[in-house]
Design a protein around this ligand. Structure first.
Ligand code: UDX
Length: 448
């Protein structure tokens, strides 16, 4: 009989973890501090968008319980996963107040229990929390670091088929207990000390961000030199030492993890007296990259005052309604500041956008968003945008200009469909994309 588990924090990581372990046969008690969230979950509604998650929760309803009461977690389970947010503070460090609160709210525990940290925390946090537990006579509460590597949109698959499971423990028996939970999953298990486990997570995300900023800079140089970044990335990726993943150029990395973890690692290094020069550049490149679309728009439209620009895709990536750090949130105010009228469309994130994208005219259909627009900017590579370059869209736009911030479309097809097209690191349309003129007759050869 699989052992009962607790999950503290019913956010995206917590719900995915709870649903996946429930699906492996565990009874799981999920605790959150937000009454409305617990009420929604109890009523059978899943408050976040992740493909397959609502169905998985529904299928395992009998094994999942939702509660506001921290005592219920430990009444039912010996092992509890901590999945609370660790957002960046204004200096870029991780705010650990939700983690501290978990410790503060631990009930009296007569028997040994284990806290398993899934939230991303700075290196050294485990050591500090271990000390706090010990000094509060909670030496019998074990502490294990088990960072999550789930990506939004593919989280369920990532949970069942991870590249690796990382387990960092102070006490080997605690580590074994957590490792046993992952036995049904076929993946290498990395056993480590707590600080190294914490660093594996931060360093992995920082490296992924570095790969993206690198290819974005190559993409920018391709634009200057006439090379095609798609061909270049394809050729680079075949080298097994480089690998083909995370070499897609675009308008910068964003989301809930990469930006926060890169800053946290840079800050952590700085606080330890080490200036992490490379990460400083990775962050700067990413910030500049988010703004590159502006240059592409003005290249074709001149001043943007009074122009209507449709932002297509608001979520930070497809298959999520997450807007955290999304490029749309940078682009929209820039366009508004230039005097443009800004429209927004997204297949799932409209409701979330309504709460924060002030001044943006949000439209619920793609056609509605581009009708009368001077340019359509692809910000998120939603599948729904793959056939954007069709006559219906071209005829609806005031000016058939597509700026593809994700290299989602094929340049030849889009241009053949009568659009002016700009993407990232690939040949751009000539200014104004004049209709093809016949080649002039070659100069007559000089007779000698
Ligand atoms: C990431 C990590 O992948 C995951 O392991 C960690 O647990 C959380 O952070 P996520 O934020 O869900 O996951 O998204 P991911 O798919 O990694 O993409 C992050 C950002 O990088 C997105 O903005 C995406 O558009 C961008 N990206 C990704 C690129 O610009 N180019 C690429 O080649 C890959």
């Amino acid at each position: 009989m699989p052992e009962p588990l607790g999950v503290i924090g019913a956010g995206w990581v917590g719900l995915v973890t709870a649903a996946c372990f429930a699906d492996l046969g565990h009874d799981v008690v999920v605790r959150d501090v937000a009454p409305e969230r617990i009420a929604e979950l109890e009523a059978g509604r899943v408050p976040i968008y992740e493909p397959g998650l609502a169905e998985l929760i529904d299928r395992n309803r009998d094994r999942l319980r939702f509660t506001l009461d921290p005592e219920e977690v430990f009444a039912a389970a010996r092992i509890a996963f901590v999945c609370v947010p660790t957002p960046p503070t204004y200096t870029g460090e991780a705010d650990l107040s939700a983690v501290e609160r978990v410790l503060d709210e631990l009930p009296e525990l007569a028997e040994r229990a284990i806290l398993v940290m899934k939230s991303t925390v700075p290196v050294g946090t485990g050591e500090r929390l271990r000390f706090r537990l010990d000094s509060r006579s909670l030496a019998h509460v074990g502490y294990v670091s088990n960072p999550e590597f789930l990506a939004e949109g593919t989280a369920l698959r990532d949970f069942i088929h991870p590249d690796r499971v990382v387990i960092g423990a102070f006490d080997e028996t605690d580590g074994n207990a957590v490792a046993a939970l992952y036995e049904p999953i076929d993946a290498p298990v990395v056993r480590a000390d707590v600080a190294s486990a914490e660093m594996i997570k931060l360093a992995s995300n920082a490296f992924l961000a570095t790969k993206i900023s690198f290819i974005n800079e190559i993409s920018n140089v391709c634009e200057e030199t006439g090379a095609d970044v798609s061909v270049v990335a394809g050729g680079m990726g075949l080298d097994r030492r480089i690998g083909s993943l995370f070499l897609r150029p675009g308008i910068g990395y964003s989301g809930s993890c990469l930006p926060k973890d890169v800053s946290a690692l840079k800050q952590l290094a700085g606080n330890s007296g080490y200036h992490f020069q490379l990460l400083t550049a990775v962050i700067e490149v990413n910030e500049l990259q988010k703004r590159r679309v502006m240059g592409k728009l003005t290249k074709h439209l001149g001043g943007l005052r009074g122009k209507t620009i449709a932002i297509l895709g608001l979520a930070f990536k497809p298959n999520t309604n997450d807007l955290r750090d999304a490029p749309s949130l940078i682009l929209a105010p820039r366009l508004l500041a230039e005097g443009a009228e800004v429209r927004g469309w997204d297949p799932v994130a409209l409701e979330e956008a309504r709460a924060i994208m002030r001044g943006v005219d949000l439209r619920s259909t793609l056609l509605d968003a581009v009708t009368g627009a001077d340019a359509a900017v692809i910000v998120t590579e939603w599948d729904e945008l793959r056939d954007l370059a069709k006559p219906e869209i071209r005829d609806a736009m005031r000016n058939p200009l597509i700026i593809d911030g994700r290299n989602l479309l094929d340049p030849d097809t889009v241009r053949a469909a009568g659009f002016t097209y700009e993407s990232m690191g690939r040949a751009s349309s000539d200014l104004r994309a004049l209709p093809e003129t016949e080649e002039p007759d070659p100069e007559p050869e000089l007779q000698t």
